[in-house]
Every structure is written in C-alpha cells, then in structure tokens.
Design a protein around this ligand. Sequence first.
Ligand code: URA
Length: 214
Amino acid sequence: MIKKGCLDIVQAKCENCTDCILAKTRKNVVFSDGNPETARIVLIGEAPGETEDETGKPFVGRAGKLLNQFLEEAGISRENDLYIINTVKCRPPENRVPTDVEKALCERYLTAQIDIMNPQAIIFCGATSLRSFWEDKKVQISKVRGNWFTVTVNGKEYRAMAIFHPSYLLRNHSMEEGSPRRLMQHDLSVIKSEILGDRQVCSSNPFNKELALV
Ligand code: URA
C-alpha cells in the first residue's frame, strides 16, 4: 500500500486545486483509475470528458469503452496492469483541448503520479499527452506510434510508447491492414508481450499460477 498512500496525499491536494480556470466548471477532479500496487504501466490520456467529469474516473465514456475492448483483446488488464491518468485532471468545457497554461499548472500532479508509480513503461494515449513530453510540440502520433522511446520525468528515464487515442478510433472504423485500429492492436500486443509477458492468469487454475500461452 506504499504507492497508494503517497498517491492519496497527491490526490487530496489535487482535489482541492483551484490553480486554473477548469476548477470553476468541473464536477469532479478525475485523478486516476487502476491498482497502483500491481500496475506496471502508466497510461496517460488527454483530459476528462463529460462522463469522466460526472463519475470522477478516467476513460469511462465512449472512448473509454472502446479502449477497454482493445485492452481486453490484447490481454492487458485495465484493473491490474494499468494505472490510468490524464494530462489535466479537470474537464475542459466542451471537451476542448487543454491550453498550455492548464497543462503547465497541472503538470506537478502528473509528474508526481509518474514519480510515485515508477512504471516499467509509459503509454501516451493521443497527441496531447505525448506533446507534453516531446520536444516537437506538433509531433503527430501516426509518425511515432508503435516505437519505444525514452522520456525523462523528474530526472528519471522511462521506456515509453505512443498509441492512438480511442476517440480517433471511434471515427475510424476500418480494420484493413495498416488502418489505425489494426495499428492499435499491433501496438498493444507489443506492449503486452514486452512489458507484461506472453502469459495470462487462468482463473480456473486452483493454484492461481500463471500459465504460459501456447
Ligand atoms: N479522453 C481522455 O483523454 N481521457 C479521458 O479520461 C476520457 C477521454
């Protein structure tokens, strides 16, 4: 419970934050989802949308449901393998992209979450989170997705990969080879095998041992 205890302290500060204008219109601060004690990967989205603002949980609206489908298909457990957060913790009105000021004022919560989690990998889900850490602020996800790179947060290096944002995939239905949805499947399978291993827990195994997939 060590990570959870530290994150709870950051969350309590974040929930009282009034540093930027988003505090005036939010219903809930959307801090995180997932089990910090078991998660080996931090997934960073953009900002809460309407459903996230209502519920206080990231990625629970339409985009989140699509993300869940891709994760499940790749064999990545949202509950146990991922700690899910956003670049900014409060909903921008009309779901606009957060401004540079909003991102800068929220950065201390984001970097604290990464620092405490000390993940084996960071997944940047969509351009907004990627650009917060990438020098070229106009970088396109399609140019860099699927490749590992290194990001430095508070002086520590992390392995990282960018993937498409599920909102983009909601507008792109094709499953043709090379389509965004097929590339998303590919990227998540690489993350699964390289970070989590090609293993799955068989729930019917009475000893609850990890069984290798054949
Ligand atoms: N999009 C995001 O980037 N984050 C959420 O939490 C929901 C939608």
